[in-house]
Design a protein around this ligand. Structure first.
Ligand code: F0G
Length: 454
C-alpha cells in the first residue's frame, strides 16, 4: 500500500509530554489563541513548522565535532563553500544567519523604491523586506495554484503570460528581480516544474531581469520534479539541482529547512551581484566566513546539503504528508490537494465555513486543534497577511491551517494520532468560534498578536 517507510532508525530520542485538556484550554488562552505563543512544554506534537526542527543525521552530528573555530579563514567555511560550489556550481557564496537575513540583503542591495519583485508567490518575510525598501511584490502564480482542490502536479508554477504582461506594463527596468520560490510555502508547499523554471528563465534572459531562486524548500521541490515530471524521472537529484542552479542568477536559502540545521546563505556566479551584496553581510550578519552562523551549524549544513541529494532522505517529508492528506480526505476533511511538501494543509475556509474570513478561520482552527489534541499547527491565512497602507484588512487568497511535517521526526503512529484528532475536530467543528485581535503588532503580526473569541 501507500505506507510511508522511515528510511532511518531512531537512535536519540526526546521525551514528549501530553498535557490534559484542562491545561490545554488554559495554555491557549494564555497564548492569546496564537499557537506561536504556546510553550513547548504544553505541546505534544509540534507541527508548527519544519524550520530548525528537522532531525539531524549521525553524520551531521559527527561533522559538528570537527568544526574549526576561527573568526577568519575557517576550514569549516571552506568546506561549506566547496560543497555549495560542488552542488550548485556557483563561485561566490555569502553566509547569512538565516533565510530572512538573505532577504534583507537582497532587498537592500537590489530593490530601489518603487521597484517591483515578481514572484510565483510571496513569503511573509520576503514581502516584509521588499516593502520595507518601498518596493512591491507581484504574484504571478498560475490560477490553479490558488485552487485548494486540484490535481495539477505543479501548482507553484509561474504564469508566463502574466509575467510578460507585467513586464510590458511596467518595463523590465522597473522589475528588481523575478523570484521563484521552490516548494511554494504559503499555498501549501506546492512545487514548480523544471520546465516552468526554464520558461521563466527564458523571459528573464530576454529582458535582462535577474532570476532569484528561494531554495529554502528545495528538497521537497526536487522530490516532486523527479516524481511528477515525466522528462525528469530518469535524472538524478544532483542533475536536477544543477539544472535549476544553472537557470538561477542567485540562489538563497534558509538552512533551517535546507540542510537541517540553522543558518542560510546566498550564492551566485555574478561578481557584480556578489560585490553589491557583500558589504551588507559584514554590516548585518558577521564576517564573510561565518555570516552569523556558528561553525557547528555550518558543518551540519555541509553534510545536510549532501544528504539532500539522496532521494531516500528527501522523500520522507512528502511521503508522510501524502499519507496524512490521503487519510484525511477519506474522512471528508477538506485538505489542500495534491499533497505538497512542508506539511499537510487543511482548508480552513471550508472546515469552519460558519466563521467569516474577517474572524480568521485558519487562526480559529489552529487554536481549536491545539485544544483537541495538543497538536500545534500554524495559521497560514489572513492573520499572516499585513494590513494595507490605509490599515484595511487584506484577506488572504487561501485560509490554511498548516500541520508541518518536520523531516524524520515523527513516527507513523504519531501521524495517525494527529489524523485522529483532526477527524474528531471535524466532526465537532461547530464548537469552533471566530477570533478578533486584542493586541495587533504592525509588522508580522502573526508572530506576536493576541486574539480572543468573538
Ligand atoms: N523562504 C521560505 C520559502 C521560507 O519558508 C522561509 C521560512 C524563509 C524564506 C525565511 O527563512 O525562517 O530562515 O528566516 N519559513 C519558516 C516557516 C519560518 O515556518 O515556514 P528563515
Amino acid at each position: 500500500g501507500n505506507i510511508p517507510l522511515e528510511m532511518h532508525k531512531v537512535r536519540i530520542v526526546q521525551k514528549l509530554n501530553l498535557p490534559p485538556v484542562e491545561r490545554r484550554v488554559e495554555a491557549i488562552k494564555e497564548a492569546g489563541n496564537n499557537t506561536f505563543l504556546l510553550k513547548n512544554s504544553d505541546i505534544f506534537m509540534d507541527m508548527l513548522t519544519d524550520s530548525g526542527v528537522n532531525a539531524m543525521s549521525d553524520n551531521q552530528l559527527a561533522a559538528m565535532m570537527q568544526a574549526d573555530d576561527s573568526y577568519a579563514g575557517s576550514e569549516t567555511f571552506t568546506r561549506l563553500e566547496n560543497k555549495i560550489r560542488e552542488i550548485f556550481d556557483k563561485r561566490f557564496f555569502l553566509p547569512a544567519h538565516q533565510g530572512r537575513a538573505c532577504e534583507n540583503i537582497l532587498a537592500q542591495g537590489l530593490v530601489k523604491p518603487g521597484a517591483i519583485v515578481a514572484t510565483n508567490y510571496h513569503f511573509t518575510t520576503t514581502k516584509a523586506h521588499i516593502t520595507l525598501q518601498s518596493g512591491s511584490v507581484e504574484e504571478l502564480v498560475i490560477d490553479e495554484g490558488l485552487n485548494v482542490n486540484s490535481n495539477h502536479p505543479f501548482k507553484g508554477n509561474m504564469d508566463i503570460e502574466k509575467l510578460n504582461v507585467l513586464i510590458e506594463k511596467h518595463g523590465a527596468e522597473n522589475i528588481a528581480f523575478v523570484r521563484l520560490e521552490a516548494g511554494t510555502n504559503l499555498i501549501g508547499g506546492q512545487p514548480f516544474s523544471l520546465q516552468n523554471m526554464r520558461e521563466v528563465q527564458k523571459v528573464c534572459k530576454d529582458f535582462g531581469i535577474i532570476l532569484i531562486l528561494d531554495a529554502s524548500l528545495l528538497a521537497d521541490n526536487l522530490y516532486f520534479i523527479k516524481e511528477r515530471e515525466e522528462a525528469c524521472k530518469d535524472m538524478s537529484i544532483r542533475k536536477i539541482t544543477r539544472i535549476m542552479s544553472e537557470l538561477s542568477d542567485v540562489i538563497y536559502f534558509s538552512a533551517r529547512k535546507l540542510g537541517c540545521a540553522r543558518g542560510g546563505g546566498l550564492c551566485t556566479n555574478s561578481e557584480e551581484i556578489y560585490l553589491k551584496l557583500r558589504e551588507y553581510i559584514t554590516l548585518y550578519e558577521g564576517f564573510l566566513t561565518y555570516g552569523g552562523m556558528s561553525v557547528r551549524e555550518m558543518e551540519a549544513i555541509t553534510v545536510g546539503l549532501e544528504e539532500t541529494m539522496d532521494e531516500d532522505m528527501i522523500n520522507q517529508g512528502p511521503r508522510f504528508i501524502a499519507y496524512m492528506v490521503e487519510k484525511l480526505q477519506e474522512k471528508g476533511v477538506p485538505v489542500v490537494t495534491p499533497a505538497g511538501g512542508l506539511g499537510c494543509h487543511i482548508d480552513a475556509m471550508s472546515f469552519v465555513d460558519h466563521i467569516p474570513q474577517s474572524q480568521y478561520p485558519a487562526g480559529a482552527l489552529a487554536a481549536a486543534l491545539y485544544i483537541a489534541g495538543g497538536v500545534r499547527g500554524m495559521e497560514r491565512g489572513t492573520i499572516s497577511e499585513q494590513r494595507d497602507e490605509q490599515g484595511n484588512e487584506v484577506f488572504a487568497n487561501v485560509e490554511l491551517l498548516r500541520l508541518a511535517m518536520p523531516r524524520r521526526v515523527f513516527t507513523l503512529s504519531q501521524v495517525e494520532y494527529a489524523i485522529d484528532r483532526v477527524v474528531w475536530l471535524y466532526e465537532n467543528r461547530k464548537l469552533i468560534e471566530g477570533l478578533t485581535f486584542v493586541e495587533e503588532p504592525k509588522v508580522l503580526r502573526f508572530f506576536f498578536g493576541k486574539l480572543t473569541a468573538v
